[in-house]
Ligand binder design. Structure first.
Ligand SMILES: *Cc1c(COP(=O)(O)O)cnc(C)c1O
Length: 431
């Protein structure tokens, strides 16, 4: 697999280089030089394939010989060891549950696959690979649990003090082994800029083998194609065609993977991007003006993004052609009070408890309103991760999965860090 930069189509780097550098030095994003076409035969017979087999088919089509087939098969078996069931709510409405992994969010797909790919491709096996990651909650948990116990890799997670939910905090701080949690006295943006400073610091880079687990890494994007195909297979099994995917979106990586799968030959009729009031993309598709802005805090906080980092990838996939984008993608934004109403409505109509992000997707599904199509909205997290959002009468209806209950008995430990780069540097060097 070869990749170019969205800022330089003449660049051509290997898969391995893209995995370890995350993004090119020209600050563009890596994109596959060639988007493979899945065979007609595979698409037509997809109901006969298991989830793993589907994943292997598309991963191999993209990655090619950079990871030999048999090794890739092992990586996928190990990384994707949980299901992504399609749950029907109505005749033509279903929810694709992507939260059955260890951190209870869809980011487990990306993080688990990336961790194993990095361990596999890492040739300097003597020197520990140091992963630094800033998180507002979900990314850190997925990365921590994804890399937990992976040999040769150490992870340091920076999270903002008092700004992650109880369960997210447990997921960040109870791991031990090769995972370290830093509780930063600051905001998520502060965490992110500390990590950036670390990557730009020559002394740190000389001493440590630093890498990011950033959401724009190509090895996090690829495994997100798996479940679009698998959802399609599940829909075919119940005789549904004309599929519309509705994707709750923040950085637009998830929907970006869906669009990549579409380009590779997945039959999809339409995509709908659902956002909270951070509506940069909905405004762009409506007015044709792309205006990033500071993020606003909402109940669906994993989507509080004012400048979605993966949008350039999507734009690039469609050669910056606004009409082409509009033909395939609709985008709608919703407020927090609409989100709460949506949670209530999903429960009342379908006895279904959705996380706030998923509730935003349901609103967009309703707004798009093509009842003749089969609409699948993606559920990106388990509601228990955002328990504070729910009124009391809901709280006791939300079941807490075993893997979370187990965390409550574990020792939680984090190192406090003032929002100041020299402290971070001292911490990284001293350990
Ligand atoms: C990260 C996240 C999103 C947003 O996904 P993007 O790929 O950034 O668009 C939505 N919901 C949840 C629960 C998340 O953790």
């Amino acid at each position: 697999m070869k990749l170019y930069s969205t800022n330089n189509k003449n660049l051509s780097v290997t898969f391995k280089e893209a995995v370890f550098t995350s993004f090119p030095s020209d600050k563009g994003l890596y994109m596959p030089l060639k988007i493979p076409k899945l065979s007609e035969n595979f698409i037509q017979n997809i109901t006969q394939y298991s989830f793993d087999e589907i994943a292997l088919e598309i991963a191999h089509a993209f990655i090619g010989e950079d990871i030999p087939y048999n090794d890739l098969e092992k990586i996928i078996k190990d990384a994707i060891n949980f299901d992504a069931p399609l749950v029907s709510l109505d005749e033509n409405l279903a929810v694709l549950e992507l939260f059955h992994g260890p951190s209870l969010a869809f980011k487990d797909f990306g993080a688990r696959f990336m961790s194993r790919v990095m361990a596999y491709l890492s040739d300097n096996k003597d020197k520990t690979l140091d992963i630094l990651v800033a998180t507002s909650g979900d990314t850190g948990g997925a990365v921590a649990l994804g890399f937990l116990g992976v040999p040769g890799i150490r992870v340091t997670i920076l999270y903002p003090k008092g700004k992650v939910s109880e369960i997210q905090k447990l997921q960040l701080t109870t791991n031990g082994q090769n995972i370290r949690a830093l509780e930063v006295n600051g905001t998520f943006d502060d965490c992110q800029s500390l990590v950036k400073m670390a990557f730009n610091d020559p002394e740190l880079n000389a001493k440590l083998r630093l890498t990011s687990a950033n959401s724009i890494n190509i090895s996090r994007l690829l495994p997100q194609t798996f479940y679009y195909l698998y959802a399609y297979a599940q829909a075919l099994k119940i005789n549904k065609k004309n599929i519309v995917f509705v994707v709750p979106s923040g950085n637009f990586g998830n929907i970006g993977a869906g669009l990549l799968t579409y380009k590779a030959g997945l039959p999809v009729k339409h995509f709908v991007a659902a956002t909270n009031v951070n509506d940069t993309v909905p405004v762009y598709l409506q007015k044709g003006i792309y205006e990033p802005k500071p993020s606003v805090q909402t109940l669906s906080n994993a989507m509080d993004v004012g400048n979605p980092s993966n949008w350039v990838r999507i734009s690039d996939l469609f050669n910056e052609n606004l009409d082409a984008l509009r033909n395939l993608i609709s985008a709608y934004s919703f407020t927090d009070s609409e989100t709460i109403q949506s949670i209530n409505e999903l429960y009342k109509n379908y006895n279904y408890i959705a996380c706030p992000h998923t509730a935003v997707a349901y609103l967009a599904a309703k707004k798009y309103n093509h009842p003749e199509d089969f609409t699948i909205f993606l559920s990106t997290a388990h509601p228990c991760k955002f328990i504070d959002v729910y009124p009391d009468n809901f709280k006791n209806k939300i079941t807490i999965p075993d893997q979370v209950q187990q965390l409550e008995n574990k020792k939680s430990s984090a190192t406090s860090l003032e929002n100041n780069f020299s402290n971070l540097k001292a911490f990284l060097i001293s350990e």
